[in-house]
Design a protein. Sequence first.
Length: 595
Amino acid sequence: MSLLEIRDLCIHYPGADRPAVDGLSFALAAGESVGLVGESGSGKTQTALAVLGLLPDQARVSGRMRFDGKDLAGPGAHASLRARRIGMVFQDPLAALNPYLTVAEQLGLVLRRHRLATRREARQRVIDMLERIGLPDPPRQARAYPRELSGGMRQRVMIAAALAAGPDLLIADEPTTALDVTVQAQILTLLRDLRRDTGIALLLITHDLGIVAGNCERLVVVDRGRMLETGTTKDVFARPGHARSAELLRAARDDAQKAPDMMSSERRPLLGIHGVGVRYSESGRGAIWGRRQLAAVRDLSVRLRPGETLGIVGESGSGKTSLARAVLGLVQEMSGSVSFLGRTLPARLEDRDKGLRRHLQLVFQNPGSSLNPAMTAYDCVAEPLKVHAPELAGAEQRARVMRMLERVGLDPGLEARYPHELSGGQAQRVAIARALIANPSVLICDEAVASLDATVRQGILRLLADEQRRTALAILFISHDLHVVRQFSHRVLVMYMGRLVELAETSSLFERPQHPYTRALIDSIPVVDPDVAPADASIEGEAPRMPGDLPGCAFEPRCRYAVDRCSAERPELSAGAGNRVACHRAGELELGARR
């Protein structure tokens, strides 16, 4: 008998033009792992909420859901099963955890509510749970509030809360989407270990087929609320039975393509970053006179040529966004300099003339936040023309905007829509059109495709590549998704705790990395192949957040190859125009591709 059985599930909201879930049916056996796969809006999360009885009151639900033979439509069914038999890991733990309770208080409440521990016993049980899920200092983290923990730590706490009552089924809704690739690998390793040790069943909701390939025995592909197909992961990957499934697989495998060839032979640097350092002043305990200096970027130099894409990778807190902000003149305390076509730029944006500002444009990660909600798509794209080309007549301005909307693949009928009326991919195309209409020479993309589904992401990347071929646009491409970086970048710059640790052409870096941190990042990438066994996380913990100066290599505490010299002496960045690496053992380690 199936542990969870769903038959002809329909979920409809008043006023919606179609059901959120439309006749979905699948089953999950005890101890089994099933991936529920589909793009945003396909009904994955709605299905999970229905199983847990967490849908809003206005949702109209029909069909049958049974758990361990018990009808979930019965009175009180969800209350007796939720947490005790079915645990849930939400996508955003910062939103799911109570911000006013410490970790110990929240997990202790779960234990006491299900009568698994007394108040006196709860604290030690919580510490034992936090140790089990791999937190580095359980007693200290038990006293912390969710906002005081990193994203990876919060997700581990969320998993601990879901497992506190010893459930038979764990539902994980995009549990690694917002995490760095190394932390993602740690979370997936944790889930595999928990399944092996406890025999718990797993319903893994995700749009990432690489994660499904290494962690699910079966998968269910859904689109627009309907099931397209189901089967073993190996069978569906080898022989997808639906065109939409094949499209999703193609998009996932396209992300793993090799690097593009350079489009321009121009060797003259367009953008120069010379010894740039960025510091932030932060008030708080331990600060001198109430303030302390935190170094986000340290003495970093690199050049960008016309028509080149430079990928910038590293974990959260490595300094990627701070470097971008320094290039754009958006930081207060900066050392070193930035040059454009050999001309040193003023450090602050307000000191740069409009002509210089036009040449450097930015695309943010979340268009929902970066686009003005009170402006239509047309007005968002037209705004830069009003600043940089005020002499244009209304008719010419409109013609340029409409041509740009067409260039980025937007239907002209969308021009009058507001950002909240657009899909994520459409809104990001508006953001790109807004950046490109000023005819920039350098485009900075800060996690610009991180929140997009695979097929939408591929469309955005094709758009940027076409623009680059057409205009020799140079792109700084910041991302934590190494699949995308490999596909889209000509060279890759790896940052760790504010420092450049490796810089190389993309194919060379992925095939023959020289720094152990680069190797660890590459090893953490999920492989879109169910025949390849998933690798366990190759490094533990997370990078410290902007620590003080260290005498040796900052990566030494997490490096499996470290020797005494690494803790005592900081490695210098090797000279040269090709591969550059900051590692004492770069010449002797064999870190070539392992898969």
